[in-house]
Design a protein around this ligand. Structure first.
Ligand code: ADP
Ligand code: MG
Length: 371
């Protein structure tokens, strides 16, 4: 299997026109960018190319315009911000204004690569999609992964292939069914799993604990039973909450043990559990965290997620956070600079951990300059 070419594998870029697929899918509010992190994150790759004399043409999707031009999703605001941060760098119109992008249409690939000499993929968050701008250009053009994508691949494949032990995965969020594949893949490489969020109720129910009216996926109980048995057979621990916070049958804030009475709903892990989860994180040498421990958007139920986030910041372990809501929680607590790596791709980071490869990476390995 050839390796993924890096920027150095492009050869001399002077005078070349380079198409850089970026992830400029920034949060917007009424036509205004609310966070330009994704634009700034692309600058190292853009600058690497322009400093060496290349002309850079960037391209990204923004939102879900469903294959049709829609002024609501125009790239104008992004283009204006990019012009301030990287003068002279071009930006194509929203790739998803053309159905050929998501349909991986060769005619659309030809359109976006017209006059282009080299291709660079720096859009980790889109690499799990076999879209035209991701898998098309490397078929014909010498190609490379950008610096941002390279870092993501190194960190996430490092977790999968060569983690320092103890390796702990902290999982939460709303649905186990969304994350089943990655839970199974992680069970093979971690020493223990720590489970909070709504996901914990399907596990608790599988162990026979009453969970009241908490969020729960009845069709996943059998799977959770199998995962618990698999972990036990492999000598691994799945840590589940021992206390919970939520509302009682009257809707009043309440704290519970591991069992919830009829009508009660669990919305966060309890303080005892948060402390126990922190201890596991403090003793680890590698931690991957995906999914909030509770409904952290509501201040009554943010404490568990905050405690875990603080442990992620405090531990000496190599710490990686994946998932849009987990990254948002970390930022909400002002701790995003305190972990080793925050992945820019939610779905892409889980899929890379699960499968060890992504369509976008496979495409780069097949590029004409790949060795
Ligand atoms: P990520 O984006 O980090 O992968 P998810 O999208 O899987 O995370 O889940 C995040 C959502 O899960 C948050 O909106 C949070 O409110 C919700 N959540 C977490 N715990 C609970 C719970 N106990 N009950 C209801 N919702 C929960
Ligand atoms: Mg999410």
């Amino acid at each position: 299997m050839s390796r993924i070419p890096t920027l150095a594998d492009l050869g001399d870029v002077r005078g070349k026109r380079v198409l850089v697929r970026t992830d400029f899918n920034v949060p917007m509010d009424g036509g205004v960018i609310t966070d330009d992190f994704r634009i700034r994150a692309a600058l190292p790759t853009i600058n690497w190319l322009t400093e060496r004399g290349a002309t850079v043409v960037t391209a990204s999707h923004l939102g879900r315009p469903k294959g049709q031009p829609n002024p609501k999703y125009s790239m104008d605001a992004v283009r204006a911000r990019l012009a301030e941060l990287a003068p002279g760098v071009e930006l194509l119109e929203n790739l998803r204004f053309d159905a050929g992008e998501e349909g991986n249409d060769p005619a659309f690939v030809a359109k976006i690569t017209e006059g282009i000499d080299l291709y660079v993929d720096d859009a980790f968050g889109a690499c799990h999609r076999a879209h035209a701008s991701i898998v098309g250009p490397p078929k014909a053009l010498p190609s490379a992964m950008g610096l941002l994508l390279q870092k993501e691949v190194e960190v996430l494949l490092g977790l999968r292939n060569d983690p320092k032990h103890p390796f702990v995965a902290v999982l939460g969020g709303s649905k186990i069914s969304d994350k089943l594949g990655v839970v199974e893949a992680l069970l093979k490489v971690v020493d223990s799993l720590v489970v909070g969020g709504a996901m914990c109720f399907t596990f608790l129910s599988a162990q026979g604990y009453p969970i009241g009216d908490s969020l729960f996926e009845p069709d996943q109980v059998a799977t959770c039973k199998r995962l618990l048995a698999q972990a036990k057979a492999g000598g691994k621990t799945i840590h589940l909450p021992e206390d919970l916070v939520g509302v009682d049958a009257k809707g009043q804030f309440a704290t519970f043990g591991r069992s919830l009475p009829d009508g009660a709903k669990g919305f966060d892990i309890g303080p005892g559990t948060a402390a126990a989860f922190s201890d596991v994180i403090m003793d680890a040498r590698t931690v991957f965290w995906n999914g909030p421990m509770g409904m952290f958007e509501d201040p009554r139920f943010e404490a568990g997620t905050r405690t875990v986030a603080q442990a992620m910041a405090d531990t000496k372990a190599f710490t990686v956070v994946g998932g849009g809501d987990s990254a948002a929680a970390l930022a909400q607590f002002g701790l995003d600079d305190e972990v080793s790596h925050v992945s820019t791709g939610g779905g892409a980071s889980l899929e890379l951990l699960e499968l060890g490869d992504l369509p976008g990476l496979a495409a780069l390995r097949g590029a004409p300059n790949a060795k």
